[in-house]
Design a protein around this ligand. Structure first.
Ligand SMILES: [Cu+2]
Length: 582
């Protein structure tokens, strides 16, 4: 929570309730089913006045625009500029991609290259991150940029990103967004986020061939009295929650029809607790990674940046609300009232329901692999909730791009225990790779697959253990070699310092490969080329050794930094008791 100003929660809640009761009323001009709860409940087939002469509703839901790869390359331009766009019927002057609040979905296949030109015509620096992709974090040899968030694109300049997507990449839903440290909350809330799909999710499931796919990209925006996103965003303040930029659109399905909803939380700070009245959400993939089986949900928690690709099967004819239930992220956190996000109308000729697959292709269980190293990562914030830290084992620190907080050997799997001793939820996310959640608050979790984003619950009171998750993080793919970040994906917290730098350095297998590459061909090279290759190999070894030196120095300073942190009262000691929560 941003706590540097009063938090008039009651007033906000009342205003939000008013707003979200009004929004379904607009949809009701189509539905004429009343606006008490935005629909819900099957119970026969209510008369639905249509606007196309058939008695059937013509859906207002729209998938976002798309750009797709061709011949292995997706070549596109995103222009960042400040425009006045309309969201939820209101004009808002904000910074967006290509003049639209909802930018195009980027669709690629495994093995493709994304060639994205980012033209910054706005007044502030920005950059691009490709959330969830297992791609290089480096600058490419041709000076184009891969998924590198340390690079900034100043106003009036252009940067060419070139992101090579491995042929073995997981197919599923990802997203792209500004990762401009210090401004990411403002820029993402203002509009700088969009969807990205790696195609092929349903390929190994022939029983689902040909089903309709829907993009359900969740974005919220606060619009101040001046028609702009507030300069100092209060993460509990009223906001406009949208699906693909639309407020409570009407989406249709036939009774019995199976559809794939690609649901992505591409908001800055907002959590969603999703329920779809009358329907079960069968989660096929989380964070773009297919599970080993379908996981049914009646309520789905989607923290900021998480994605869930779910199957639904149309219930009996009627109207049903996709809602987000009320949110409360803890005594130091934020609240949000219930909201109807989308209205699903089941109508038309019933279909024979598809038989949902009993099993999906196997997913590698990382628990079968040796753990190279264990770390404890602790989310911390000051007692006033204004300053955010991560303790990566060297004491609480705010983000510093020039410092490496965790040096990791490529080719390994590590076990990270993420602790949350604060009074509000945080969200752990790491770039370039994925992880397996093996424990949540001390309880073993069933193995269904991998993910790149996970909620970490708060510490209920000073007598309870901190919230915690235990993760197995996969650093085996050398594509991750380089520097990148891990952070809380509540962007208010990330901007406030809750981010740290990881560096994956070549491990012994990589060094062995580098040595072999160096020794074999050098006899055939010119002296200059040979010296260049040998220098590169020496550089790899030196970086590896330097990483070890840094680790040793960090260990030596750990006690000293911890003592400093305690003296500065960085550890939370004054959270209100649980009964004080609203
Ligand atoms: Cu956080």
């Amino acid at each position: 929570m941003h706590a540097c100003k009063p938090q008039p929660r009651d007033g906000h809640a009342a205003r939000r309730r008013l707003f979200f009761v009004l929004a379904p009323c607009l949809a009701a001009t189509l539905l004429a089913t009343g606006c008490g709860d935005g629909g819900g409940g099957g119970g026969g087939a209510p008369f639905i006045p249509g606007n196309n002469g058939t008695g059937l509703v013509t859906e207002t839901f729209r998938n976002p625009p798309e750009v797709t790869s061709k011949d292995g390359v997706l070549s596109t331009t995103l222009e960042v500029s400040t425009r006045t766009v309309e969201v939820d019927g209101l004009p808002v002057t904000t910074t967006v991609y290509n003049g639209a609040y909802m930018p195009p979905v980027l669709r690629l296949k495994p093995g493709d290259t994304l060639a994205l030109r980012l033209v910054n015509n706005s007044a502030a620096p920005t950059n691009e991150h490709y959330h969830g992709l297992n791609v290089s974090p480096r600058i490419n040899p041709d000076a184009t940029v891969s998924d590198n968030v340390f690079l900034h694109v100043p106003p009036g300049t252009t940067t060419d990103y070139r992101v090579a997507i491995p042929a073995s990449h997981h197919p599923g839903l990802y997203w792209y967004h500004s990762h401009q440290h210090g401004s990411s909350e403002q820029q993402v809330m203002g509009g700088l986020s969009g969807g990205l799909v790696i195609e092929g999710l349903l390929a190994p499931v022939p029983e689902l061939a040909g089903i309709r796919e829907r993009m359900v990209l969740l974005k919220d925006i606060q619009i101040g009295p001046d028609g702009k996103v507030p300069a100092d965003i209060d993460s509990s303040a009223p906001t406009h929650r949208t699906v693909n930029g639309q407020a409570n659109p009407v989406m249709t399905i036939a009774p019995g029809e199976t559809q794939l909803l690609r649901i992505g939380n591409i908001s800055a700070n907002m959590y969603y607790r999703l329920t779809l009245a009358g329907h079960t959400l069968y989660e096929l993939a989380r964070d773009g990674i297919r599970h080993n089986r379908l996981v049914p949900f009646s309520e789905l928690l989607l923290p900021p940046a998480s994605r869930s690709e779910v199957l639904i099967q149309g219930a009996a004819a009627g109207t049903y609300a996709l809602k987000s239930l009320p949110i409360d992220t803890g005594p130091q956190g934020d609240t949000a009232p219930e909201a109807t996000l989308l209205t699903l109308v089941s109508q038309g000729e019933p279909q024979q329901p598809r038989v949902l697959p009993a099993a999906l292709p196997p997913v590698e269980d990382l628990r079968t692999l040796p753990v190279a190293r264990r770390r404890t990562i602790t989310f911390q914030e000051s007692a006033d909730g204004n300053t955010f830290y991560i303790d990566s084992g060297n004491g609480p620190r705010q983000f510093d791009p020039a410092r490496v907080d965790a040096t990791i050997q490529s080719g390994t799997v590590e076990e990270w225990t993420v602790l949350n001793p604060t009074g509000e939820w945080h969200v752990f996310h790491i770039h370039q790779t994925d992880f397996q959640v093996v424990e949540v608050d001390g309880a073993a979790r069933d193995f269904v697959g991998h993910q790149d984003n996970v909620n970490v619950s708060f510490q209920p009171d000073s007598g309870s253990p901190p919230g915690q998750v235990k993760l197995l993080i996969d650093f085996r793919d050398p594509i991750a070699i380089g520097k990148f970040v891990f952070h809380c994906h509540i962007l208010e917290h990330e901007d406030g310092g809750m981010m740290a730098v990881a560096e994956v350095v070549p491990g012994w297998p990589d060094l062995a490969r580098a040595k072999a590459r160096t020794e074999t061909p050098t006899a055939l090279m010119t002296p200059v080329a040979r010296e260049s290759v040998l220098a590169a190999a020496r550089g790899i070894v030196q970086r590896w050794l330097t990483g070890e030196d840094a680790l040793a120095a960090a260990r030596a300073r750990r006690e000293e930094l911890f003592a400093q942190a305690q003296a500065a009262s960085l550890c939370r000691t004054d959270a209100p008791p649980p009964e004080a929560r609203q």
